[in-house]
Ligand binder design. Structure first.
Ligand code: ARG
Length: 586
């Protein structure tokens, strides 16, 4: 089934053309879903601006449009209201057959794109030899959801975990490993032990670097050796990477993020290309103080001096900017991506704006390969400052996830005391992790949000547990009815819209496809959250008003079970696209 709003818009455009010729053809019909059922189901507001343009009364313009409008197959009522709104009421038969079609469709109406795009999504991207912290939660969770949505829409999605696995800091890290302060060497067991606490290891290496000039010098030589491809140094570096990856994968597993080793395309991957990149960038850069710089218009310090993007430092070293330019180049020109998505903290906005500008000058980006910085705000603590532990340290992501499970386990213990222990643990995992992910996704990503355990775990409100519960409740209806093969049971079901609640729910169900498409365009998962929340609320209202298993007739019972089934499948699919699991009971 195609997007209803689109169908209606098309009919309006046709009517506008018939009524007003080319002048009408240029007007956006401005079709919206009505906010208030008294005004019907949809509204078109084109008459206002067109009236102004033509110097005619908007109401008359609206009448003229309606006279040319062919909507008999879709609408039961078309009326001009107020200053010139056109209000549409869908006819019930149209709504119910659309929902019946959804029920028969494996993909719930989401047809794959006719011309699929290759999309690279750069997300998560933690740094080797550092633990993932709460700052990586947002990128991992938002990026993963966008990857799932774009895949569902039929695009070819390439997940890129742009691991911070290269750079001068590896000199001190490797040197700290090779020559521990207490002397002696280090075997594999020792290495594991040494790196168990990555943050501590990093801090110690840094402290030594700052305090001991001898060590600092050896660290610098290590960087040279690493860049020159010295075999032993590379081997040490590799061990750091391996241990770090193990840690990242443990976090991804717990978090239910679909990143695996094969998605790692770290900074080191681009190292060998940097020479070529610099050559190609020569026309758009100039040397300033020995460094190769790109001066991007509009980027100036507080005193008005331009702040360039440094491509190659005066000592010949390459930094974050050069690597990102190499990445753009490879993604756009080698991998053939037409869309390059970067799910990175808003604080890196200036960096990406400069990188994209330079890449556009170089001809790597353009109308056929667009780059988008999908930026997000900061997670705040209860004090409205960036979220920290009580002692003021950054919150480790793993600790946070374990706490989410623990908190959910306490709730499960209260609510489902009689369930088998293994099931209770499984529920705690799905609910706890779901709550954390949903709390992140349901906010407009560009805004900061306050991390609030009680709110995200609440069983009511715009939360994962609320949606998971709605799903589980529907599953229990089918269990109670003893229906095993729902497909077979509902195969010939006809939908009857007897009450306003059934109609509202049915209309909501038709909203999945447009919202998924909107998320694919705007890259804002909170739109999907909002939709699912409204769907669950509509289900709840329906369930309170309409007896399902004890409906007056078999036909009505089947019709209502059909609504239940499509609602459950929609919740499951929608939550799945957010990377959140559902439960058969909770
Ligand atoms: N490693 C960086 C960090 O932790 C994020 C990298 C984002 N991706 C990119 N292509 N620069 O801040």
């Amino acid at each position: 089934m195609t997007d209803l709003k689109q169908v209606i818009s098309q009919r309006f455009s046709d009517a506008l053309t018939r009524a007003f010729g080319s002048e009408g053809a240029q007007v956006d019909p401005l079709v919206r879903q009505a906010q208030d059922a008294r005004f019907g189901d949809f509204q078109a507001n084109a008459a206002m601006s067109l009236g102004k343009k033509l110097g005619r009364k908007p109401r008359d313009v609206a009448q003229a449009i309606v006279a040319e409008l062919h909507l008999d197959d879709i609408c039961s009522k078309v009326e001009v209201a107020g200053p010139g709104f056109v209000n549409l009421t869908l006819n019930d038969r149209f709504v119910s057959s659309a929902v019946e079609a959804l029920a028969r469709d494996e993909r719930l109406g989401i047809t794959p794109a006719v011309s699929p795009q290759t999309v690279v999504i750069d997300y998560s991207s933690p740094n080797v030899a550092k633990e993932m912290h709460v700052g990586h939660l947002r990128s991992s969770v938002i990026g993963d959801s966008l990857a799932r949505v774009l895949e569902q829409l039929g695009h070819r999605v390439l997940r890129h975990n742009h691991l911070g696995d290269w750079g001068t800091q590896f000199g001190m890290l490797i040197e700290h490993l090779v020559a521990p302060p207490d002397g002696g060497g280090i075997d594999d067991v020792g290495l594991e032990h040494e790196l168990r606490d990555l943050n501590r290891f990093y801090r110690e290496a840094k402290a030594r670097f700052d305090a001991d000039p001898d060590f600092a010098e050896r660290a610098r030589q290590r960087v040279v050796a690493l860049q020159a491809g010295d075999a032993t140094t590379l081997a040490w570096w590799q061990r750091l990477v391996v241990v770090s990856k193990r840690h990242f994968n443990a976090v991804y597993d717990k978090l239910g993020v679909s990143l695996r080793d094969e998605h790692i395309v770290g900074e080191s991957h681009y190292n060998a290309m940097l020479g070529q990149v610099v050559l190609e960038l020569a026309p758009v850069t100039r040397v300033d103080d020995g460094a190769m710089c790109a001066f991007v218009p509009g980027f100036e310090g507080p005193d008005g001096t331009p702040t360039p993007l440094i491509i190659r430092k005066s000592d010949g070293g390459y930094g974050y900017g050069a690597t990102d330019l190499a990445a753009v180049r490879e993604r756009a020109t080698v991998l053939g991506a037409s869309r390059l998505i970067y799910v990175v903290d808003a604080r890196q906005s200036a960096h990406f704006a400069q990188v994209f500008w330079v890449a556009t000058q170089a001809g790597w980006l353009g109308p056929l390969a667009r780059a988008e910085h999908v930026k997000f705000g900061t997670i705040l603590g209860p004090d409205n400052k960036p979220f920290k532990t009580r002692s003021g340290d950054t919150v480790r992501l793993m600790d946070l996830l374990v706490e989410a499970e623990d908190r959910a386990a306490r709730i499960v213990e209260e609510k489902n005391a009689g369930f088998p222990p293994a099931e209770k643990a499984a529920i705690a995992h799905v609910v706890g992790i779901g709550a954390v992910k949903y709390a992140d996704l349901c906010n407009d990503r560009i805004k900061d949000y306050v991390f609030d355990w009680d709110r995200m775990m609440a069983m009511d409100g715009n939360t994962a547990p609320y949606l998971q519960y709605a799903y589980a409740r529907i599953q229990s209806i089918f269990r109670k009815a003893g229906i095993e093969d729902r497909r077979a049971y509902l195969i010939d079901a006809t939908l009857r819209l007897e009450t306003p609640e059934e109609r509202v729910l049915a209309l909501r169900l038709l909203g999945l496809e447009p919202v998924i498409r909107a998320v694919g365009d705007d890259l804002e998962p909170h739109q999907l959250c909002r939709y699912l929340f409204e769907l669950a609320a509509a289900f709840s209202a329906f369930f309170n008003a309409c007896p399902v298993l004890s409906a007056q007739s078999t036909e009505l019972r089947i019709s209502r079970l059909l609504l239940c089934e499509v609602t459950a499948r929609t919740l499951k699919l929608g939550l799945g696209l957010l990377g959140i699991e559902v439960l058969e009971r909770m």
